[in-house]
Design a protein around this ligand. Sequence first.
Ligand code: GLN
Length: 536
Amino acid sequence: MQMAKKFIFITGGVVSSLGKGLLSASIGMLLENQGMKVAMLKFDPYLNVDPGTMNPFQHGEVYVTDDGAETDLDLGHYYRFTSSPLSKVSNTTSGKIYDTIISRERRGDYLGNTVQVIPHVTDEIKAAIVAGSEQEKGIDVVLVEIGGTVGDIESQPFMEAIRQFRLEHPKDCINIHLSYVPYLKAAGEVKTKPTQHSVQALRSIGIFPDLILCRSESPLGLAVREKISLFCSVPKECVLELIDLKETIYELPLHLTDQNLDKLLCSLLNLSCKKGNLTDWKKLVEKIKHPKQTLKLGLVGKYITHQDAYKSVCEALYHAGAVCETKVDIHGIESGQLEKNLSLDGCDGYLVPGGFGERGWEGKIAIAKLCREKKIPYFGICLGMQVMVVEFARNVLKLNKANSTEMDPDTPNPIISLLTEQEQIKNLGGTMRLGAYPCHLKSSSKAHAAYGETKISERHRHRYEFNNTYKKRCEENGLLITGTYSKEDLCEIVEMANHPWMVGVQFHPEFKSKLTAPHPLFVAFVQAMLKEKKGG
Ligand code: GLN
């Protein structure tokens, strides 16, 4: 007989940005290490239907799934730490819930009843939990991370829904609360009061945490944990610490198993506990902590001051670095500044990630020119590929006004442009080529050498495409098209001939890189930088 599905709800208190996403991902990983099949869900209380239209300065990266959902960046953590299915049902926002309810109300589906937060909104949230648990066969444990902080007005329906859910499945749910325990320098001690208050806030709405994780700068000590246990009514062995990990976030699951979190989870959920095996993971963490060499990588974008805007790109670089026993020092270069002053600080290679809009565009073109001329490794992702193509058209094909129609709709040489069938699109939300597309690789290309196969699948998020009118001229002059989506003859990969490694991809490989399975293109890029650094 299959055991009943188990549900873990993860809430946060005191302040945001405590690392709830990473904690959830690590818990998922520890459960998989116990032989469980997990599904990870993220509920975001904001009113946007999805984060697709949100400014990266406010929201960080938009993570795209195979089925084309534009989701919260925490799903990237889930991908990197677990094998959870990730799809449209994995990320639910208040906007999405209300959108469904209001459309239903307009159709008259509620048969004249008053539509209310309880039960209609909470029912819809509970239905989303169930949908997440049924997206694949054999899911044992569903982890539901609730975005925001307890006490926020907008998260209340989600809190209420998880309270009801536990009432309906009393034996199969647990609540984990992540709190913050600050160190007050003036008093010379850590303070537990904010944690006490956030647990009180939770309990006042009927949610009683089973485990409390305390984020703090340094270890808490038994006395502090006992105090939290007493005031928050949680056994002291269920008060754990989550200290700042200075070297790598990939140490988090190890830090948690050291405190027996896996055993505690199994006992709270009534699951039999196995020994588990984290040996391979530990080896990788050691590689990250003890690199043999360092590379300096220039990341050229307009959101570099926001640490989460290029999250998956940075993680993919660290993964590739780990396998090559190399520390990849990421050096953010603000593309807008580059337009005024091309000071480059001598990086071993440059990566131009995805992006939208004109600001910083010419600065990125300048970087591509420098990399092409000086034969410095260059990796262009999505917009970064378009940059590479436009630079080539202007400076090699001598079409000096060539551009993407995103930047100049009237360019005489629209080498990057919208597909005709897309030209009527007016709304900004949900109008892009999104999600996984197959790509065929040309044998003996750099991409083929990296992947080691000719058929791959990668995820997209863009509107503009390479314009095939220019294909022949590009190839004749040294810009090779080495990957295509054959069904619609769309260019997916370009490579510079006679260059150590200058590759642009229209898709986002960073979404599919893990520490245990670094993405082949990122590995090839890091290897190329190492080779060039050692003198080619
Ligand atoms: N702005 C470009 C486009 O829409 C690139 C998008 C991206 O880099 N994700 O095609």
